[in-house]
Structures are given as structure tokens and as C-alpha cells.
Design a protein around this ligand. Structure first.
Ligand code: 4AD
Ligand code: MG
Length: 476
């Protein structure tokens, strides 16, 4: 395979194979200085571009190089051959003394043949502007760095779980069950919507699966079945939520990692979540220094120091009841601190999460034992009959990054809970089988992958950390 720019930049000009190299990529900038032309080429393999220097006085118009270079605009795709030499310029150790250039396509600097100029000229573009062109935005410094970190993090996820005896499980995308009970699911149907427009209730028995079906909101229930066979499993796949929340941390389509562990109770589950997050941060700190330095400088000042401190410090644990007490105390001492008054029984708002992580503990906090009313049906009840063995991991800047729990493994308790919520137990009979046959204590959690990428990059909007964001009203 031909070398990537990352490899060329890391090699040594004195090596035997440093002459006659070919650089392939896209032009970032071009500068002229008398007979010298400097072209910066980037191929996305690393943050840096490589400088290719053309000496036109040596070419003397023989190869048409001057004409090609004159026509070269930002975004042009090129193949440049030359020798790797030490660079006299600041900020780079090597450059290419170029001897030939081929344009593999076109990148008009001005409107040509009805094609508008390349939209990403050399200047800073707003992230909102870039969001309108997901097909081109990966060619910018910011999105390129995000996607490299995203890729490395995906690998870290597999490394972490595979090294601990977890089997990678592919759970279905299309499902008949609502795993979270949040009621925000996308319907999957082959029924003719136009024919139904008359206002009649659709007959789902004539639909593709003979019953109602949806895109999954979580692979957890299926993962529980496999944890009861393979002991330790994890999923890593797309999940869907039709939440109409237009926030900087919600997507309609996002990737989730869900480990599920047989014979685990809540404390072991919390320790796993903490180890997992720390492993991800350490990997990125050790292996993506160049991209991280960019985020630290341009996106979120102090990012690296913050991540390092989280990677090294044990997380604070707080019960929901204690968290609410702290919030009430803070609200009493400063009346306009919160828009939403904290009160036992209500979900924590993002302003409350922000206070807990950024003001109270100055780092991540795991909140446990939430009121049963605000959590999903499958969570294990505590002996108080009011709270469940839930855990949310909250981090500064972002709030909830992980949600999980110990599961109710007792058949009678689970049936009673489902009945009190009015759930159709017929649909969940397969799930109850796991409690009928060889039931064991077990626990798991879900990490929103884009929230993790947001956290390590400092990117403010979740739509800028996934290649093609899908959110309410947005399908470019
Ligand atoms: O807290 P959630 O809803 O938990 C579950 O789905 C459980 N089944 C997980 C489990 O125990 N196996 O979602 C888990 C995580 C959240 O903490 C958040 O990071 C992320 O998924 N998440 C979203 N990320 C982006 N956009 C959305 N709309 C999200 N909703 C949840
Ligand atoms: Mg949650």
C-alpha cells in the first residue's frame, strides 16, 4: 500500500526509500514566492498536512507543472511525487521537494461549468455552516480530528471488553418491545400510509411482521438473554429515539455500548463503568495527543488537564436522596440558582447535574438509587420499596453520560412491577423466561457513544461528533 501522510511525516529523510515518494491527498493551501510554490496537502490520516515545495526554476516549463500549479485551488485532489528532505520551515521537520504533480480531479476556485467554487475555502467556517454539508465537512481540521478520535475510541471500547472476557453481541435493530418504556420509538412499517390517511386505526396484523414493530431504543433486554448464557456480553450499535428534544446532547440516531454481566450487583457494575470510562480517556490521552492538543487550544481550554484528572481520580458516589439534599441546600442559600426547584421524586434537570459535577464534587459523580417512578420497569427494587438500584454517571460539561442498573431477577417481583405499570406481559414473555429458567443477579449499563466523543473532544454540539447527524427536523 502507498504511504499515508502520517507515515511520511514520521519517516526519516536519510532512509533509502525517502526519494521518489508519492503524496496523495487534498490541497489545503497554496503559496507562491518567486519561483517557489508551496502546497500543503492533507489526507486526513493525521492532523498535520505535508508541505510540498516546487522549484519552478528547475522545471523550466518542460512538464507543464507551472500551469497545473497555477490552476490549483483549495480542495483539489492531487498526486505529488518528490523526495523527502529536512524542512527549513518552522513547525515541521520534513517536507517534500516535489518534482511532479497530477491533478486527479477538479477544484475550481471560481464558478466553472455551472459548478460553484469549493465551499471550504481557507478561512474559519462556523460549525453550523459545516453541518449543512456533512459530505464535505470531514475535510476540515475540526471534523477530521473528531472522526479520528471517534475511530480510536471505538477500538478502545472493543479492547476494554474483549480483554475482560466479554463477548461482542449484535442485538436486533427492529424490535417489538420497548426496552425503556419512554414511549419515544420510531415505527417500522410496510403499510401504505396514504391508504390509511382516512383516519382509521391501522390493522397491524397485516403489516410486515404481523404486529407492531419499531426501531430499537436499546439492546439491553436481548443482551440480558445472552448474559444469562455467555456470562459477559456487550453491544455496540445504533439505537433510535424519537425524542423531539432539540438539545446539544440528543440525537434521534446514536450509538450505544451496553455491557451486561451475569452475577453482577450494582457496586461491581459501578466499578466497571468507572474503569471503562477511565480506560477510554487514558487511551485517548496516550494515543491521540496531536488531535487532543487542537481541541484544547481551539475548542475547550483546559480539556487535557481535565481529562487527565478524571482518568486519575476515583469517581464520587452519591445516592439520589443525598444528591437532592445537596441541591435543596444550595437552592436555599441562593434562590435564583436553579430554574427548576429540586425535589425528591423528580428527575434531575441538566442544571442540577451541572451543579453536582461542576460545583459540588468538581468531577464525575455516580448517582444511585433513584425513585422507582422515574426509572425503567426492569430495575431491581431496593428494600425500601421506593427506590431502585439505578446508577447514572454524570460528568462535568455534559451531565449524564452513562445510565444503568442492577436488574430485577425475581419473577414475581418483575411481574408485579410490569403489571402495576400496565405493561402487556404477553409481549415480554420471552423476557420473563430469563427469570423462569436459571435466573441470576445481573447488571449492566449503557454509554451513549456520541456523548463520550463529545466529552473527550469538548465539542459543544452532539451533531458535530457523528458523521451524519439525525435529529428532529434534520435529515440533510
Ligand atoms: O439512560 P438510557 O436511556 O439507558 C438505557 O437505554 C439502558 N437500556 C442502558 C442499560 O442499562 N443497558 O441511555 C443510556 C445512555 C445515556 O446515559 C446517554 O449517554 C445516551 O445513552 N443517550 C443518548 N445519547 C444521544 N442522544 C440521545 N437521544 C440519547 N438518549 C440516551
Ligand atoms: Mg438515562
Amino acid at each position: 500500500m502507498f504511504p499515508l501522510i502520517k507515515e511520511i511525516l514520521a519517516s526519516n529523510p536519510s532512509q533509502a526509500d525517502s526519494s521518489g515518494l508519492c503524496v496523495r491527498g487534498w490541497v489545503r493551501t497554496k503559496r507562491d514566492m518567486k519561483n517557489l510554490v508551496f502546497v500543503e496537502v492533507n489526507d486526513g490520516s493525521c492532523f498535520r498536512s505535508i508541505q510540498c515545495t516546487f522549484d519552478l526554476s528547475k522545471d523550466e516549463g518542460k512538464t507543464g507543472m507551472a500551469e497545473t500549479l497555477a490552476a490549483l485551488g483549495t480542495g483539489a485532489s492531487v498526486e505529488i511525487t518528490g523526495d523527502l528532505v529536512p524542512s527549513p520551515a518552522q513547525g515541521q521537520t520534513v517536507e517534500i521537494a516535489a518534482s511532479s504533480i497530477t491533478l486527479t480531479g477538479d477544484a475550481p476556485g471560481e464558478e466553472k461549468n455551472g459548478i460553484p467554487p469549493y465551499p471550504l475555502q481557507k478561512k474559519r467556517h462556523s460549525l453550523e455552516f459545516l453541518r449543512e454539508m456533512p459530505q464535505l465537512r470531514a475535510r476540515t481540521n475540526t471534523l477530521g480530528a473528531v472522526m479520528r478520535l471517534r475511530s480510536r475510541l471505538s477500538w478502545a471500547v472493543h479492547q476494554f471488553f474483549q480483554d475482560r472476557g466479554y463477548q461482542y453481541l449484535h442485538t436486533p435493530i427492529i424490535t417489538g418491545s420497548d426496552a425503556e418504556g419512554a414511549g419515544a420509538m420510531f415505527r417500522v412499517t410496510t403499510l401504505d400510509l396514504a391508504a390509511l390517511a382516512g383516519g382509521k386505526k391501522p390493522d397491524y396484523t397485516s403489516d410486515f411482521f404481523g404486529r407492531e414493530s419499531f426501531l430499537t431504543v436499546s439492546g439491553q433486554l436481548e443482551a440480558e438473554a445472552y448474559a444469562a448464557a455467555l456470562s459477559r456480553v456487550y453491544t455496540f450499535g445504533p439505537t433510535f429515539r424519537a425524542e423531539n428534544s432539540n438539545t446539544a446532547r440528543h440525537l434521534a440516531e446514536f450509538w450505544m455500548i451496553e455491557p451486561e454481566t451475569a452475577f453482577f450487583r450494582l457496586p461491581e457494575n459501578m466499578a466497571l463503568a468507572e474503569d471503562f470510562l477511565r480506560f477510554c480517556l487514558t487511551t485517548i490521552l496516550n494515543e491521540c495527543a496531536e488531535d487532543l492538543a487542537f481541541f484544547d487550544e481551539r475548542i475547550e481550554r483546559g480539556l487535557i488537564a481535565g481529562l487527565r484528572s478524571v482518568a486519575e481520580t476515583p469517581f464520587v458516589h452519591l445516592s439520589y436522596t443525598d444528591a437532592v439534599k445537596e441541591l435543596e441546600k444550595a437552592a436555599a442559600s441562593k434562590t435564583d440558582l436553579f430554574e427548576f426547584k429540586p425535589c425528591w421524586g423528580a428527575d434531575l434537570q441538566s442544571e442540577h447535574e451541572k451543579f453536582l459535577t461542576e460545583e459540588l464534587v468538581h468531577g464525575p459523580v455516580i448517582v444511585t438509587d433513584y425513585p422507582k417512578e422515574i426509572k425503567a420497569f426492569y430495575m431491581k427494587m431496593n428494600s425500601d420499596g421506593k427506590t431502585v438500584r439505578a446508577m447514572d454517571v454524570l460528568v462535568p460539561r455534559l451531565g449524564e453520560i452513562i445510565g444503568g442498573s442492577e436488574r430485577e431477577e425475581n419473577l414475581n417481583a418483575l411481574e408485579a412491577r410490569m403489571e402495576s405499570l400496565g405493561m402487556e406481559s404477553g409481549h415480554y414473555s420471552w423476557y420473563l423466561d430469563l427469570r423462569r429458567y436459571g435466573t441470576v443477579p445481573h447488571a449492566g449499563f449503557g454509554l451513549g457513544f456520541e456523548r463520550l466523543v463529545q466529552y473527550v473532544t469538548g465539542m459543544a454540539n452532539i451533531r458535530d461528533v457523528i458523521p451524519y447527524p439525525r435529529a428532529a427536523g434534520q435529515l440533510p
